[in-house]
Ligand binder design. Structure first.
Ligand code: PEP
Ligand code: MN
Length: 218
């Protein structure tokens, strides 16, 4: 996967070590060895890596391996963690909570910025609505509003918004058209055997097809 991503010009690779799962009985991630693997792959192919940090006690370990810290949707309002990553000298990706308004989202970003770290990247990853045919509802209006209201980069996570690979292409195009600065996309060489979120992982050919569409549009 690393080779395929690098070939398409991907600069920042996700490498999860701690996977927040709804059920405690599902795969939770490999921990530090995963960070070592992600670092090796990123170095081999000249990419940066980001990984989700769960707790401020993990900061020293994360600083050793990752280029960009990332706070997930479930921790968006964990003010202790937000303040702690606000004291770190690396960029921080902040995902919108599934039930958070844009105002709450930006207050969370303020926790990081006001603690001393101006390098925050916002991610819209879908919000919880009554709709069930998508995992979450991509708030594309929210992306446009964030682009108006802040100077921070905004990225769209089409994988967790949709929860399904078959609508990745239209969501990627719509994200691009809305002015988003980037995409977060899960890619797997063989999705059926993925340890988590198998239904939303793109195969490498699907990822390439999506990139072709975006490049054409851009
Ligand atoms: C993820 O990106 O793998 C993830 C767990 O997403 P979220 O925090 O948006 O639920
Ligand atoms: Mn996931």
């Amino acid at each position: 996967v690393g080779a395929a991503l690098a070939k398409r010009g991907v600069k920042l690779m996700r490498g999860m070590a701690y996977k927040p799962r709804t059920s405690p009985y599902e795969f939770q991630g490999l921990g530090e060895p995963a960070l070592q693997i992600a670092r090796q792959v990123a170095d081999k192919y000249g990419m940066f890596i980001t990984s989700e940090i769960m707790d401020q006690s993990q900061i020293p370990m994360f600083l050793e391996y990752v280029d960009v810290l990332w706070v997930g949707a479930r921790n968006m309002q964990n003010s202790f963690l937000l303040r702690a990553v606000g004291k770190v000298n690396k960029p921080v990706i902040l995902k919108r909570g599934a039930g958070a308004t844009l105002e709450e989202f930006l207050y969370s970003a303020e926790y990081i910025v006001s603690s001393g770290n101006p390098n925050v990247i916002l991610i819209e990853r879908g919000i919880r609505t009554f709709e069930k045919w998508t995992r979450n509802t991509l708030d594309i209006g929210g992306v446009a509003v964030l682009k108006l209201e802040t100077h921070l980069p905004v990225i769209v996570d089409i994988s967790h918004s949709a929860g399904r690979r078959d609508i990745a292409n239209p969501l990627a195009r719509v994200a691009r058209a809305s002015g988003a600065d980037g995409l977060m996309v899960e890619v797997h060489p063989n999705p059926p055997v993925a340890m988590s979120d198998a239904k939303q992982q793109l195969t490498i050919p699907e990822f390439n097809a999506m990139m072709d569409q975006i490049v054409e549009m851009a």
